[in-house]
Write a protein that binds this ligand. Structure first.
Ligand code: CTP
Length: 217
């Protein structure tokens, strides 16, 4: 009631969490994403009056009240869930840590232990954000860049390659930033080459900042 409703009338799609790529019925490849950044964005957007669709990989988090949660596991499921809903959205924020590759073959039964070395062949997953960037009628697009080196150069390259309006760059090797913590150290990069660096802050505070910039754009 006390929050300014500056997203009233907007439909915002947010992706969050990791994806899981199954190897067999009992194993998968994934990453350390907790989903906290995406859930913080979803909470902030709902409070500011948006209709929010939260497409989430597996996390331990409680979905914020008022969001429409769509639970997915693999990158391909996330791709399908996003593409089916994007025509309704004015903004898409892709905080999910999507697995770039999946096992080429998912074994029907549990893979049995054999020799000392095991090689798993991986196939590339679709890049959801790059697909969104190529749509004729695309919503405002915000990506994330998780880097461990050359933060700004790599993030700027992703902004251009995926045709984004803004990218949130974070050096996940820094303490207090990135995966599985409640804080982040981010810099925002824009299409007009502006760069806005921020100090350490909570993911909830960063979510509010990101939405503020989205509103301006
Ligand atoms: N992303 C996506 N689909 C993928 C991979 C990434 O939509 N298959 C999105 C992420 O949600 C994020 C952005 O693209 O918003 C950048 O993700 P990141 O993992 O940092 O970059 P990649 O493009 O995967 O490049 P690399 O792993 O080589 O750094």
């Amino acid at each position: 009631l006390l929050t300014q409703q500056d997203f009233a009338g907007e439909t915002v799609l947010i992706t969050a969490g990791p994806t899981r790529e199954e190897l067999d019925p009992v194993r998968y490849i994934s990453n350390h994403s907790s989903g906290k950044m995406g859930y913080a964005l979803a909470r902030a957007a709902v409070q500011r009056g948006a209709r929010v669709m939260l497409i989430s990989g597996p996390t331990c988090l409680e979905p914020p009240s008022g969001v429409e949660l769509v639970a997915v596991e693999s990158a391909r499921q996330m791709y399908a869930a996003v593409m089916a809903r994007v025509p309704e959205c004015s903004v898409v924020i892709k905080a999910a840590a999507v697995a770039d590759y999946r096992p080429l073959v998912r074994a029907e039964g549990k893979i049995k232990k054999q020799g000392d070395l095991l090689t798993i062949e991986l196939a590339k997953n679709p890049d959801i954000l790059a697909g969104l960037g190529q749509l004729q009628q695309r919503p405002l697009l915000v990506g994330f860049a998780a880097e461990t080196a050359d933060l700004q150069v790599n993030a700027a390259a992703k902004l251009a390659a995926k045709n984004l309006d803004m990218i949130v760059a974070n050096d996940v090797s820094q303490e207090g930033a990135g995966f599985n913590v409640s804080t982040n150290i981010a810099r925002l990069l824009f299409r007009d080459c502006r760069v806005e660096p921020f100090e350490l802050m909570s993911k909830q505070e960063l979510a509010e900042l990101i939405l503020g910039r989205v509103r301006e754009l």
